[in-house]
Ligand binder design. Structure first.
Ligand code: HAS
Ligand code: CU
Length: 548
């Protein structure tokens, strides 16, 4: 047999096609969502004349695209690729995978049309008593149902691989993706219960009232772990792609496993930190969730140090000396590495803000102010999305077989995003401290107070313009890569090696059975009463608003 014949096309064309299709949907809509973001900034500053309903409609579409469409499509696409390339197996049940893709796409189109029709202006958290047209919930449900195909395939492939390779460590990238698939299944329970039993019946006219307290508690079940569902794939890149691109080694494979397990176990039983100021849950339960929230900050701290240490191995191999000399020696001109560095730098202030939110008493100063969108634009739109960019830059040449159109354009794009996010979110945090409310089209308050907000809002527009430019450069670079004729030499995917080779790992860090049981117990403790109480207490339900 010739060498060419045995060259393993390990990931297979099907995984590449799946990954590209999902990610193109993600990034194309992401560009649209970013344009809406700038429109909203201009609207709030009074620079474009429009109406409040239009503004809320735009915020809804922007939020739904960035939080649900960009993330889910990116994660599923990246997930298939990671599974196929790290396990070195073709994607199982490809028909199911494509059925999932088309279901997700149909759901996205349906929800987008529903929002565009003006009958589903409910923002991305769709809190009742606001009620959307049923097509909004049905569209969102299809998006979620489609993604289930990915969870089933991911988990099944890990189980089969383990059976075929008894005792061997599941490759770290796949370990992380499997944690994410399991997390996603648990996460969906809260919102699915809310939509199926509460919101859909009201929007279809079957129920006339809605228990808002129960709905908000069920949504809180989902709201925290969903942000970790967005985060884990970024960590997969930070642990397994960035160190190699930097020319170094992953500092610790076991730390990666511990982090993925902790993110899975601790991100579910803590969602009440989103409703600290709601009246329907007693203070003691909120305090329990507040402590849990501090626990879930730990894996990110561990990640910060592990990835910094991994980058340090690269910097020293490239000749860096002394305590900090390695930093300057890092490959700052490599977009994959630069994205990783920027992610760490943005996680630092973003996580700091998160800890302020988590501090029960301090949250009452910032809850429902501009501080909150500032927090999640910094940590999600900044730290996480910049890793999505870095991932795309690492993958596009392998997915398309064409070398990256322009590495320097990619570096410029990342700088623009990094600085644009800071220009957007630093003033935004400050506006929160000045008590600017979130989610408002206009603010006809005391002129003296509004006057103090003005300069900071103007600065945010500078950030918004930088972000738009950056988003367009990003999509253009991927498009030109796709269309390019320059062949990429290395299309096989290789993940980072560790400082010490991973020959065996403790059983507990190679599977999820025990962790699922622990999670079940923690969920029972954390949620039985806060949700169960609605079925025994007498509550006044609210009349729905909107939806027709
Ligand atoms: Fe959050 C609200 C608490 C992380 C997203 N969060 C939100 C909402 C979103 C969101 C979308 O407790 C708004 C929902 C809504 O619309 O109502 N969040 C936290 C905490 C963390 C946290 C404690 N959030 C995230 C992540 C998100 C995200 C990640 C998206 C991906 N958040 C809250 C709370 C609320 C909230 C409350 C509700 C508040 C309210 O009133 O509504 C933590 O996980 C953060 C941990 C991070 C750290 C930072 C570690 C430092 C690192 C940097 C190391 C750097 C080095 C430098 C070493 C502790 C990793 C190296 C340098 C080189 C050059 C190499
Ligand atoms: Cu949260």
């Amino acid at each position: 047999m010739s060498a060419a014949a045995v060259r393993p096309d390990v990931e297979g064309a099907s995984a590449r096609r799946l990954a590209l299709s999902h990610m193109w949907v993600a990034f194309a809509l992401f560009a649209v969502g970013t344009v809406l973001g700038l429109y909203q900034l201009l609207e709030r500053e009074g620079l474009v004349a429009t109406s409040a309903p239009r503004y809320y409609q735009s915020v809804t579409l922007h939020g739904v695209i960035q939080a649900f469409v960009l993330t889910t499509f990116f994660i599923v696409g990246f997930g298939y690729y990671v599974t196929a390339t790290s396990l070195k197996r073709p994607v199982l049940w490809r028909g199911l995978a494509w059925l999932g893709f088309w279901t997700m796409l149909a759901g996205t189109v349906m929800a987008a049309l529903s929002i565009a029709s003006g009958r589903s202006t409910v923002l991305y958290t769709f809190y009742p008593p606001m009620i959307a047209h049923w097509s909004f919930y049905a569209g969102a449900a299809l998006l979620l149902v489609g993604s289930l195909a990915w969870t089933v395939i991911t988990i099944a492939m890990t189980m089969r691989w383990k059976k075929a390779n008894p005792g061997l460590p599941v490759p770290l990238p796949q370990f992380g993706m499997t944690a994410n698939a399991i997390l996603w299944l648990w996460t969906l329970v809260g919102v699915v219960a809310e939509v199926v039993f509460q919101l859909l019946p009201v929007s279809l006219g079957i129920s006339q009232t809605v228990d808002v307290g129960l709905a908000r508690s069920l949504f809180a079940w989902t709201l925290h772990p969903i942000v970790y569902f967005w985060l884990i794939p970024a960590y997969v890149t930070l642990y397994t792609i960035v160190p190699k691109a930097a020319g170094g080694y992953l500092f610790s494979d076991e730390m990666g496993r511990i982090v993925f397990v902790m993110l899975l176990v601790f991100s579910l039983p803590i969602g009440l930190h989103h409703v600290f100021v709601d009246p329907q849950v007693a203070a003691g339960w909120k305090l329990v969730h507040a402590f849990g929230t501090f626990l879930v900050a730990l894996p990110t701290l561990l990640t910060g140090f592990t990835i910094a240490a991994s980058l340090e191995t690269a910097g020293r191999l490239r000749g860096g000396r002394g305590l900090f000399g390695w930093i300057g020696k890092l490959a700052w001109n490599n977009p994959v590495v630069l994205g990783g560095i920027f992610a760490l730098l943005l996680l630092l202030p973003g996580g700091f803000g998160g800890l302020i939110n988590a501090s029960y008493a301090m949250d009452s100063m910032v809850h429902n102010t501009a501080w909150m969108p500032a927090h999640f634009h910094l940590i999600f739109g900044g730290a996480v999305v910049i890793v999505y960019f870095a991932t795309a830059y690492a993958l596009w040449p392998k997915l398309t077989g064409h070398s990256l159109h322009s590495s320097s354009l990619a570096v410029t794009q990342l700088w623009l995003w990094f600085l644009g996010i800071l220009a957007l979110t630093v003033p935004w945090h400050y506006l929160g401290i000045l008590w600017m409310p979130r989610r408002t089209a206009y603010t006809p308050y005391d002129p003296g107070i509004v006057e103090r907000w003005k300069p900071w809002g103007d600065l945010m527009i500078v950030g918004g313009v930088m972000l738009i430019l950056s988003a367009l450069l990003f999509v253009a670079n991927l498009w030109l890569t796709h269309r390019s004729r320059a062949a990429e030499r290395e299309t096989n995917m290789a993940y980072a090696d560790t400082v010490d080779p991973v020959l065996a790992v403790p059983r507990l860090l190679n599977g999820f059975t025990l962790w699922n049981w622990l999670l079940l117990v923690l969920m029972a403790i954390a949620w039985s009463y806060p949700i169960g109480q609605f079925f025994v207490l007498h509550v006044h339900e609210a009349l729905p608003w909107g939806g027709h």
